[in-house]
Design a protein around this ligand. Structure first.
Ligand code: ZN
Length: 436
C-alpha cells in the first residue's frame, strides 16, 4: 500500500482548468441535445470519456427520458422594431426546454412569459421547464420594467422531438474492484462555477489518475445531466454500483474562492462522511458540513432509499449561500485558477485517504519488538505521545481487523496521511495484514 500513489497536481493545472472552463462557457447546454453532446466531445480531449445515448421515451425508474431539445435562435422585437432580448447575447435569456414559438403579443401577455429577479435587477436568472411544456424568457428586472406597452414579436427557434439523452463515463481500473464514484452534472448553459467547474475538475482528475501509477481502488467518473441523467444512469447500473462503490462525491461548484462545504450522505455515517470531515479538519482550512436536509444535487438520487450509495458532495460555497448561484453573474469571473487548483488538491487528498484507508489486523499477539526492526528508539523517551513510535504503537494497538485506519487516525487525533506511511511500513514488515 502506498498512500502517495497519486502525485501532486502538476504546475499550471489551475490555469489549464480555467482555460477549459472558458472554452466550454459559451455552449448552450441542457439535459439533452447538441450542447451537452458537444461539451462531452470537448472533454474527451482531456480524458478518454466514453459517450453513450439513452433514447427518449426510455423508462428509468419512475421517470421517462424526455424528448431532445435543441435551439438555434430566440429573440423578442419591441414595439419600436428593435430587438429587446436576444438569445445570441446570452443563452440564459431563454427558459431551458422552451417549446418553439412564433407570434405577436401585447406587453401584458408577454409578461406572463418573463422571468426576472426584482432584488437583483441587473442579473439574468437561470430558469428551466423540462417537464411542463411552455416557453419563456429571462431578463434583468431593470430591463423588464423598462419595456413599454405595445406589441412584441416573439421568436423561439427550438425543436423538441424524440432523440436521446447523452452521458459520459470513464472507469480507471485499480488493483481491486472496490470503487470510488465521482459524478458530475453537465446540463446548465453558460454558467462557470455551477456548471463547468465540476466537469472540468472531474476530467482533469481522471487524467491525473490515468497518468499516475495504478491505484488500489477503481475510479468511476460519470458525466450526466442533473437528476434525469443520474436517475437514468442508476437505473441501468444500480446493482453493479451497489456491489462495488465504497465512496464517492458529486463534484460541482468547485471554482469559487469560498470555504469548502461538504454535503453529507443521507445518514451521515458512511466512510465518505467520516473521511471527508477528517480530511477537511486536518487540512487546516475553514469548512462547513452541510446536513443532507439541505441537499441540492445528485446526492439526492445516489443517497435515496433503495440506492443508498455512500456519495456526498464536496464543493466550495454552498449553493444557497452563493449570491451568483443560477444567474448570469456566475460568469468567468466567478471562478479562479487558484480556487480550481485548491479544489483539485482537496479532492486528491480525499482520494489518497480512500487509498490509504484499510482495515488491518496485527499479526502477533502483544506488541511486537519494534526496536529490532528500527521502528522504536533504543533510548527510552519521556515525551512519547506525539512521537512517530507512538503513532506506530497506536496503529498496532487498534489494528484488530474491525477498525479502519481512518478510525485509528481519528482516535489518535492525527491526520491519516501521517499514519499511512507507518501502516505501509508495518505491512511490509509483516506485522500488519490487511483484511479488506
Ligand atoms: Zn445548478
Amino acid at each position: 500500500m502506498d498512500y502517495m500513489r497519486f502525485p501532486d497536481a502538476p504546475e499550471g493545472l489551475g490555469s489549464e482548468m480555467h482555460d477549459w472552463i472558458t472554452r466550454l462557457f459559451p455552449i448552450c447546454r441542457s439535459i439533452t441535445g447538441e450542447g451537452l453532446r458537444r461539451s462531452l466531445r470537448m472533454l474527451q480531449e482531456v480524458a478518454p470519456i466514453t459517450v453513450s445515448e439513452i433514447s427518449s421515451g426510455t423508462k428509468v425508474f419512475d421517470w421517462t427520458v424526455p424528448d431532445e431539445w435543441n435551439i438555434s435562435d430566440a429573440f423578442i422585437i419591441g414595439p419600436d422594431g428593435r430587438r429587446v432580448i436576444d438569445f445570441k447575447d446570452s443563452n440564459l435569456h431563454v427558459v431551458g426546454y422552451s417549446v418553439p414559438f412564433r407570434g405577436k403579443l401585447i406587453r401584458k401577455e408577454l409578461d406572463e412569459h418573463l422571468f426576472s429577479i426584482p432584488d437583483r435587477p441587473d442579473t439574468i436568472p437561470y430558469v428551466t421547464s423540462y417537464y411542463k411544456r411552455r416557453w419563456g424568457f429571462c431578463l434583468p428586472h431593470r430591463l423588464r420594467e423598462s419595456l413599454p406597452d405595445g406589441e412584441y414579436e416573439v421568436v423561439i427557434d427550438s425543436t423538441l422531438r424524440p432523440g436521446s439523452l447523452t452521458f459520459g463515463e470513464l472507469v480507471v481500473e485499480g488493483q481491486t474492484t472496490s470503487e470510488i464514484l465521482l459524478s458530475t452534472y453537465l446540463c446548465h448553459p453558460s454558467m462557470a462555477n455551477d456548471q463547468l467547474s465540476g466537469p472540468v475538475l472531474a476530467a482533469h482528475l481522471a487524467r491525473h489518475i490515468i497518468d499516475g501509477p495504478k491505484p488500489r481502488l477503481t475510479y468511476r467518473f460519470v458525466f450526466v445531466p442533473e437528476t434525469i441523467g443520474a436517475i437514468a444512469y442508476l437505473s441501468s447500473s444500480l446493482e453493479k454500483l451497489q456491489r462495488s462503490v465504497i465512496g464517492g462525491y458529486v463534484i460541482s461548484s468547485v471554482g469559487d474562492s469560498g470555504d469548502f462545504s461538504y454535503i453529507q450522505t443521507r445518514m451521515g455515517d458512511t466512510q465518505t462522511d467520516r473521511l471527508t470531515a477528517h480530511v477537511l479538519k486536518h487540512s487546516g482550512k475553514k469548512f462547513q458540513l452541510v446536513d443532507f436536509l439541505r441537499r441540492g444535487s445528485d446526492e439526492r438520487q445516489y443517497c435515496s432509499p433503495g440506492v443508498d450509495l455512500p456519495v456526498g458532495g464536496l464543493m466550495r460555497t454552498f449553493y444557497e449561500d452563493s449570491d451568483v448561484y443560477h444567474t448570469s453573474e456566475d460568469d468567468l469571473t466567478a471562478v479562479t485558477p487558484e480556487a480550481m487548483e485548491q479544489s483539485f488538491s482537496m479532492y486528491l487528498r480525499c482520494l489518497r485517504a480512500f487509498e490509504a484507508n484499510r482495515k488491518f489486523r496485527a499479526t502477533v499477539p502483544c506488541e511486537p519488538q519494534l526496536s529490532k526492526r528500527d521502528l522504536y528508539p533504543d533510548l527510552g523517551e519521556r515525551d512519547v505521545c506525539r512521537s512517530p513510535s507512538r503513532a506506530i504503537l497506536d496503529i498496532l494497538a487498534f489494528a484488530d481487523g474491525t477498525h479502519d485506519l481512518l478510525w485509528i487516525a481519528d482516535r489518535a487525533e492525527r491526520p491519516i496521511w501521517e499514519l499511512a506511511p507507518f501502516a505501509a511500513r508495518l505491512e511490509r514488515e509483516g506485522l500488519l495484514a490487511a483484511v479488506d
